[in-house]
Design a protein around this ligand. Structure first.
Ligand code: CTP
Ligand code: MG
Length: 357
């Protein structure tokens, strides 16, 4: 490999890079906030959950551990139980028992059972530690989420530009009203996968390797290979990953990202970060029309397949399944708008990017 640019990250987009960082900086969570959240996790683990069910434990996942947390972001927790004979059955009995217990502790509690896995949503009003209040999602036996969190965390350690892009896109998607899986658009996790696909497969030279593909498949323990029937292996030896030859600035990469998705063929293609090349067709996945499958309690679970992003491990799962027809229209419209505004390279123009819609 030739020498890399001695003045990295300096280009025609440096003004836009500055803008992106100026949006991100106020959102970095403080070390104190991270500490307080860990304390709260530990309190929930030891004082509440283990008292009710001694064999269970509470593990953090999502943005708190993958490096993409923002100030005041919610807390994603997962309850695991390995015991062959637990006091309460983890998926069917424990959620209700715990929901009642959280109420006694003064949390506002909502128990969702029509979801893929039971989820307790907790809201804590403003306190001295969390002046803006705190939202928590507690899932039961959501083991694959722990693994995809580790995959994202590993990617974020390889190239610091990934984190900046994620924070910016999360903010942009929130203020533009396209970051809500409950309202027909895409979850933050979905946006992270769009950025990974871009950095692995589209940016040239690529900014990130495909961790599910590189590396000799040396013998690894079974726990690293399989979870709930899915292949969860990925390359974890960061010391053996050379730095990327792509020295583009965050601003230029962001501009390329927006223009790539402004023209993306959402109608036919599936984003798949595990696949070399990063794309599959909807036809090859059989994700061509809305599918209703019957969920655990006879409720209908609808997968719409307008926007398709294959989960890196749970490859039968379309992370974009929550996106409806209107949602896709809005998302594509926002990518086009963003692409146009950033190409102007004029602060007076691109500052409109994150205006509240
Ligand atoms: N997750 C998942 N499948 C989905 C959505 C989410 O497995 N369809 C898991 C992932 O492990 C993800 C975590 O849930 O890291 C949290 O998802 P989300 O709340 O979308 O992302 P955050 O990074 O926590 O973003 P935010 O700050 O907006 O909450
Ligand atoms: Mg979250």
């Amino acid at each position: 490999a030739g020498p890399t640019n001695p003045q990295p990250y300096q280009d025609a987009y440096s003004g836009f890079t500055e803008y992106v960082l100026s949006i991100n900086r106020p959102q970095y969570p403080s070390a104190n906030e991270m500490y307080l959240k860990e304390q709260l996790r530990s309190l929930i683990d030891v004082e509440i959950v283990q008292r009710i069910q001694p064999s269970a434990r509470v593990i953090p996942f999502g943005s708190l551990v993958n490096g993409f947390a923002t100030a005041n972001s919610d807390l994603d927790l997962c309850i695991l139980d390995d015991s062959p004979n637990p006091r309460y059955k983890i998926k069917t009995e424990l959620p209700e028992v715990l929901a009642a217990e959280f109420e006694r502790y003064g949390f506002e509690v909502k128990l969702l059972t029509k979801t893929r896995i039971p989820i307790i949503k907790l809201v804590q009003g403003p306190t001295a530690q969390f002046p803006l209040g705190l939202a928590m999602d507690i899932g039961f036996e959501n083991r694959l989420a722990l693994h995809n969190t580790r995959l994202l965390a590993t990617y974020s350690r390889i190239d610091s530009r990934l984190r900046e892009m994620v924070l910016f896109v999360k903010h942009w998607a929130k203020v533009r009203g396209i970051n809500s899986s409950y309202h027909g658009t895409l979850s933050s996790y979905g946006y992270v996968l769009t950025i990974l696909h871009f950095l692995i497969n589209v940016a040239s030279p690529s900014c990130l390797p495909n961790l599910q593909h590189i590396g000799a498949q040396v013998p690894v323990p079974f726990e690293e290979l399989e979870c709930e029937g899915y292949n969860i292996w990925f390359f974890k030896d960061l010391t053996n990953i050379p730095p990327s030859l792509n020295r583009r600035s965050i601003g230029e990469l962001m501009a390329e990202y927006f223009s790539y998705y402004a023209q993306f063929d959402f109608r036919n293609m599936v984003i798949s970060i595990r696949t070399p090349g990063g794309l599959l067709t909807k036809t090859s996945k059989g994700w061509t029309q809305a599918l209703d499958r019957v969920g655990p309690e006879d409720q209908k679970v609808r997968s719409r397949n307008f926007l398709c992003i294959e989960d890196p491990f749970e490859i039968t799962h379309n992370v974009g399944r929550t996106v409806g027809k209107n949602g896709l229209y809005d998302i594509r419209g926002e990518y086009m708008r963003a692409s146009k505004l950033t190409r102007a390279r004029d602060p007076r123009v691109f500052r409109a990017l994150c205006e509240q819609r």
